[in-house]
Design a protein around this ligand. Structure first.
Ligand SMILES: *Cc1c(COP(=O)(O)O)cnc(C)c1O
Length: 526
């Protein structure tokens, strides 16, 4: 085995193992320092050479590079690994920090958070139990407590845990909803021990037609199935229509189904729309349903002084999803699930003798594994801690406020533009729009051109944008999360979209004309 060219230093403990000089310990500090320096230099070099958010390479082209890589043949040293990874990863990575990255809910990250990632990776703390984490458990707990009080939940009564993302948090929300319903309505039936009751086939979850697909996935994982999720109509602003919810609940009951939960989205992925949680909550109380608030995206409003009022009523929920890796400028993964009443998290608890015996809970040892779906779990709280301790919540909130204002500014600048049609005025920091052709009745053509615009932009790497569909029509989408992106840069991408659309339209016209001529000619030949 190759011991590599990492400087091993005089102090390197002698052993027959080639891996020895690379182990993280006090004897190998020189290796550690040089590895960190080399990576820092590579980051700097890459950062300095990024000109656009993406190279535009196709998956097939890039896959060719991987064929030559033989994982059975290690490279000589870290330098060689870095050189190879520049080609396999960095050259064609998608750069979220670039101002022309406008596609999905990926923010540029805070430098303090990157530092925290290094620190947590070095000591590799696992936050499942106190005996693997010590202070890290308390750091996570304090951030959970901070988040729940921002939501407006009662300290001491509410509780939560960090998760891998909004998907896992939503799964937890649906799990608690299902298990709570069974316990409350089927004389103490505990799904955790007894499995699903027969009636579970009739369970239904209500969520708006534009909510996140993880609700459907959760229903499937929980043994209820995709079809247990009933989509509720939205208004013209893509917010759940409470009258439609009331009608859907009634109709469901009349069909003999059993509504168990409603999911209110506090910031939909596409439109940033916020469901009217107060009206929804009233219906949940009437029907005795669990109310889950999916604030994966909208959680940034919790720290925005200017826009906090937009999620007024989030404390009416029984559980909440927050994704710090979306609107708190945190690296993936950094998310949390919060329950209004900590006792509801019991349905996740399992006491393993070798890990978190009941006796430890009784002694008051804080083992976060008792409320997590995961066992070994990263210390993802540290980066949020660094950010809050360094900048405070209001600085993060100001960044979110800024991108919301930016979306409004872009909308106002282009609202009158002939060839751009917005789906609706922005409600948070996304903009959904389409390029309109001079023949807007031809939906097929319009869809084709809008899809081609996105492909053209991606293939050139000039800008990264997203797309979505509304009633079968293709729309383009900007998601703004980068507080340093300015109006001019975004406007320039929109101008590129318009000119690309114009060019694609002209090309189609020309091809049609050529097609018509050649058809005419071939008809003549007969
Ligand atoms: C992104 C998103 C999710 C899923 O979160 P992940 O962190 O990607 O798992 C759930 N709900 C909404 C509204 C989202 O925008």
């Amino acid at each position: 085995m190759n011991s590599g060219a990492i400087p091993t230093g005089e102090t390197h403990r002698q052993s027959g193992l080639g891996i020895q000089p690379s182990l993280f310990n006090d004897a190998n500090q020189a290796s550690l320092n040089s590895a960190i320096t080399a990576v820092t230099q590579l980051v700097g070099k890459t950062l300095g050479s990024v000109e656009q958010p993406f190279s535009g390479i196709s998956p097939a082209q890039l896959a060719k590079e991987f064929r030559a890589v033989d994982l059975e043949q290690p490279l000589d040293d870290l330098g060689a690994v870095l050189q190879e990874i520049s080609r396999l990863y960095l050259r064609d990575a998608v750069y979220f920090h670039h101002p022309d990255y406008l596609a999905h809910l990926n923010p540029p990250v805070l430098i303090e958070s990157i530092a925290a990632e290094l620190l947590q990776a070095a000591f590799n703390t696992a936050v499942d139990t106190w005996d693997q984490s010590g202070g890290a458990t308390l750091i996570e707990q304090k951030l959970v407590d901070w988040t729940l009080s921002r939501i407006g939940f009662e300290p001491g009564k509410a509780d939560g845990v960090f998760t891998s993302g909004g998907t896992q948090s939503n799964l937890m929300g649906m799990l608690l909803a299902r298990d709570h319903y069974c316990e409350a309505h089927f004389s103490g039936h505990r799904v955790q021990t007894q499995g699903l009751p027969l009636e579970a086939a009739k369970f239904r979850i209500f969520t708006s037609s534009v909510s996140h697909f993880s609700i459907q996935k959760s229903a499937a994982l929980l043994g209820l199935g995709f079809d247990a999720v009933i989509p509720v109509a939205v208004d013209t602003q893509f917010r759940m229509d409470p009258r439609a919810l009331a009608a859907a609940l009634l109709a469901s009951r009349e069909r003999g189904e059993i509504p168990i939960a409603v999911v209110a989205t506090m910031g939909t992925t596409d439109f940033g729309s916020i469901d009217p949680i107060e009206d929804i909550s009233a219906l949940c109380r009437q029907y005795q349903l669990w109310l889950h608030a999916d604030a994966a995206y909208g959680c940034g409003l919790l720290v925005s002084e200017k826009y906090r009022s937009r999620i007024e009523g989030i404390d009416l929920a029984d559980s909440v999803t927050v994704d710090y890796h979306k609107s708190f400028l945190q690296p993936v993964a950094c998310s949390a699930f919060i329950a209004r009443n900590h006792s509801h998290l019991d349905c996740i608890t399992y006491h393993a003798d070798y890990l978190n015996p009941l006796s430890q809970s009784e002694e008051g040892t804080p083992n976060l594994v008792c409320k997590s779906l995961q066992t070994t779990r990263r210390f993802d709280a540290l980066k949020l801690w660094f950010s809050l301790r360094r900048h405070g919540a209001s600085a993060i909130g100001d960044a979110f406020t800024h991108v919301i204002d930016m979306a409004a500014a872009v909308y106002h600048r282009f609202a009158e533009e002939q060839s751009i049609e917005f789906a609706q005025p922005p409600q948070m920091s996304t903009l959904v729009f389409r390029y309109t052709t001079d023949n807007p009745q031809d939906i097929e053509q319009q869809n084709r051109i809008n899809s081609s615009i996105r492909k053209t932009l991606t293939n050139s790497g000039r800008a990264m944008i997203a797309s979505t569909k509304i009633d079968g029509c293709v729309y383009l989408k900007f998601t703004l999360l980068n507080p340093s992106t300015e109006l001019e840069a975004i406007s320039s991408v929109l101008e590129t979209i318009i000119s690309t659309g114009d060019a694609l339209g002209a090309e189609e016209k020309m091809l049609n004309a050529v097609g018509a001529t050649s058809r005419a000619q071939s008809t003549e030949a007969y």
